[in-house]
Each structure stands twice: as C-alpha cells, then as structure tokens.
Design a protein around this ligand. Structure first.
Ligand code: SAM
Length: 366
C-alpha cells in the first residue's frame, strides 16, 4: 500500500526554532519579575481547559456557539462560575465569544470533543488527574532524593500495580489517552518507515492495540500481536474490530519483565523504555535479547533529547518520567549505549515531524 505523506521535518524544526526565538524576544521586552509571574500563573490555565474536557463542554459546543445559560444547563454547572471560566478561556483565544455571554470552540478547543478524529480530551483529563497532580506537587522532593514520587504516594507500588489493585478507572483513562496520542503519531510512522518488510510484528506494552491496528491496516500481508497486562488489553478487541484487523492480530496477556515470546521478526516498544527505572528496563531488554533471532528487529519509539541546543527537547516529558515512574528521556548516544549494554546495536534512527523517533535496533553481530 502507498505510504501516507507527512510534513517535512525541516519545516517543523524551523517553525519550532522560530517560535522559541520569538518567546525569548518577548521575554526581553517584559520586566523579568512580570515574566516569572506570568510563567508561574500559567498553571491556572490548564485547570480551565480541564473543565471543558471534564464536563464535556466541547461536546455541547460541537454544533456551534451557545449562550452560557444553555451550556450550564446542559452540563449541570453553576452558570455564574462557568461564565467566569469561559470568559478566561475566551480571553486566552481558546474560545470564540461572538457576544458577551455566548461562547464557541476554536480549532484548538474543538479537539476536546470526544468524537473529534484527533481528539485529545482523554489525554487532557489524564494529565490533570489527581494522581498525576499529586506526584507533580512533589517535584522538589524528587529533586532532593532522586526518587520517583508516584511510588512514595502509593505504598511503593508502580502505576500499573496501583491500577490493578484499586484504580481501574484511572487505568481506563490512561489507556484511552495513550490511544489518542498514538492515533496522532501513527500517520507519521507509516509515512517514514516500511512495516511491510516484516511477517509478524509484536507490540510489547501496546495497550489497546491502536499502533498495531494502524500498522496492520496499512501492511495488509503482516500479522501482529499485542502483549500487555490484562487490564490494558480490555478495550483492544474493540479497537482491532473497528480497524478490521482482528483476524490478523493476537492479544497476549503477560508480564514483559518476566518473559517475552519468541518467534516474531519485529518487536515494538513504543514509549516503554523512557518510563522504566533501571531494574525493569534491564529485565525487559535482557528478555528481548534472549528471544530475538539474528535477523529480527527491535523497533523502539521514543522522544529523543537533542545533543545540542537545536531540536525539540522533551524536557517536561522527562520531568514527568522523573516524578512518575522513575524513568528518563535520553539522547541518541545514551540509547546507543543502553542497547550496547544489553547486547544490541542501534542500526538506524528514523525521525519524523512529530516528537517520537523510531530506532531500529538489532542483536549484536547480526
Ligand atoms: C506508557 S504506556 C505505552 C502504551 C503504548 N505502547 C503507547 O505508546 O501508546 C506503557 C504500557 O506498558 C504496559 N505495561 C506496564 N507494565 C507491563 C508489563 N510488566 N508487561 C507488559 N506491559 C506492561 C502498560 O499497561 C501500558 O500499556
């Protein structure tokens, strides 16, 4: 099947560089203390955006602007308080305001609609969820101790253990939000990498199967699989059916830190390694090294920290890893070393216009 087209990387990089320069210039013009106050008070804005997502206000506004009274009635909110939130968002250019008490969606907030094909509603809700905010509130503690804070707050348990023990709704929200992010990035991977070269692709930690479903829909001769924890796979049959690839995709409940199956010629790890502390990270790579045949590929998809001042730095994602699971973002050089330490060679780095690069990794001496 023909590869989809994606925007050229240089245009995206240039636009981001320009935007950073503009921000620096604006900051030079403003009094330094005012700049800091503005930066810190920016934490209020996400809470207002969260209200749009949480109360499904974007869904109510899907067919056009409405009076605040009608919106409040539709979502069961206090009209006065809601008006103040919507007014603040309109002031930020995130809502239209055709008349003083009428508000509508902009292109940006339109993506908070649940049925938008590029919706990020669940991602916004996940990022703003209490458990995540509580870990972020302890960033200073993480900096003092070097320890991730999610575990500190949850009796030493990982996010996955906590979800399995007592928070299935948080798990569902997490996996829904990963589905949204993967859906956004998928066309970029399909445009820049040839998945048709494989016979069998296994996505380890593939959650609801969004990535493998997209790959299989494109690479129609390939069969696939998703290996993940049971609760992560709950909605996978639905996703595979909706894409029409259920007959070519196997769902495997398992713990990849204990074992991974042999017999696949490509193993995908998307946004897995960056979230792991050293011990499970090594266990996973060692399990893979034992199972990969000489001609099999490991496809690692992660954001890359640029080695120099240029490029997009996933610096805040890196902090999310610091406070959350105890993982980290890495440069290509750091990934190359990590793979070498576990018997692999980094063969190729495929960048695209998004923040996630695809690294092709092979067993040493293959
Ligand atoms: C950050 S999410 C990434 C999901 C998906 N790869 C993506 O990029 O959208 C991490 C995934 O690893 C899975 N996971 C966590 N521990 C695991 C384990 N021990 N074995 C297999 N999968 C695991 C989680 O359930 C989750 O789906």
């Amino acid at each position: 099947m023909a590869r989809p087209k994606a925007p050229p990387l240089w245009i995206v990089d240039t636009a981001k560089q320009f935007s950073r320069k503009l921000t620096r210039f604006q900051r030079k013009l403003a009094p330094p203390s005012a700049t800091l106050i503005e930066l810190v008070s920016a934490r209020w804005r996400p809470h207002a955006i969260f209200v749009l997502a949480q109360l499904e206000i974007a869904d109510v506004l899907g067919d056009g602007p409405k009076d605040v009274g009608a919106i409040a009635k539709a979502v069961g909110a206090d009209e006065g308080a809601l008006y103040r939130v919507l007014r603040a968002l309109a002031h930020d250019g995130l809502l239209t305001r055709p008349s003083p008490r009428t508000f509508g969606l902009t292109k940006v907030t339109d993506t908070l609609r649940s049925d938008h094909p590029r919706s990020v509603r669940q991602f916004v809700r996940m990022l703003m969820a209490d458990y995540n905010s509580q870990s972020w509130a302890r960033l200073t503690e993480a900096v003092k101790t070097g320890e991730p804070q999610f575990q500190e707050l949850h009796q030493g348990r990982s996010l996955w253990q906590w979800i399995a023990d007592e928070a299935p709704e948080a798990g569902e929200l997490f996996h829904d939000s990963m589905k949204e992010l993967t859906r956004l990035a998928l066309p970029l991977f399909l445009a820049t990498y040839d998945f048709c070269q494989y016979n069998k692709i296994l996505d380890i930690g593939g959650g609801q199967g969004t990535l493998i479903a997209g790959i299989l829909a494109h690479a129609t001769e390939v069969t696939g699989g998703v290996l993940d924890l049971p609760q992560a796979l709950e909605k996978a049959p639905e996703v595979l059916r909706a894409t029409g690839v259920e007959a070519r995709c196997e769902l495997i409940e398992g713990n990849a830190f204990e074992a991974v199956p042999a017999g696949w010629d490509a193993y995908v790890l998307k946004n897995i390694l960056h979230g792991l502390p050293d011990a499970p990270l090594s266990a996973l790579l060692n399990n893979l090294r034992r199972q990969l045949t000489a001609d099999a590929h490991l496809l690692v998809i992660e954001a890359l920290v640029p080695s120099g001042p240029k490029g997009t730095h996933p610096s805040h994602l890196d902090l999310q890893m610091l406070i959350g699971a105890g993982g980290r973002e890495r440069t290509v050089t750091e990934y190359r070393q990590l793979f070498a330490d576990h018997g692999f060679t980094l063969k190729q780095v495929v960048r695209n216009a998004g923040i996630f690069a695809l690294m092709v990794v092979v067993p040493v001496d293959s």
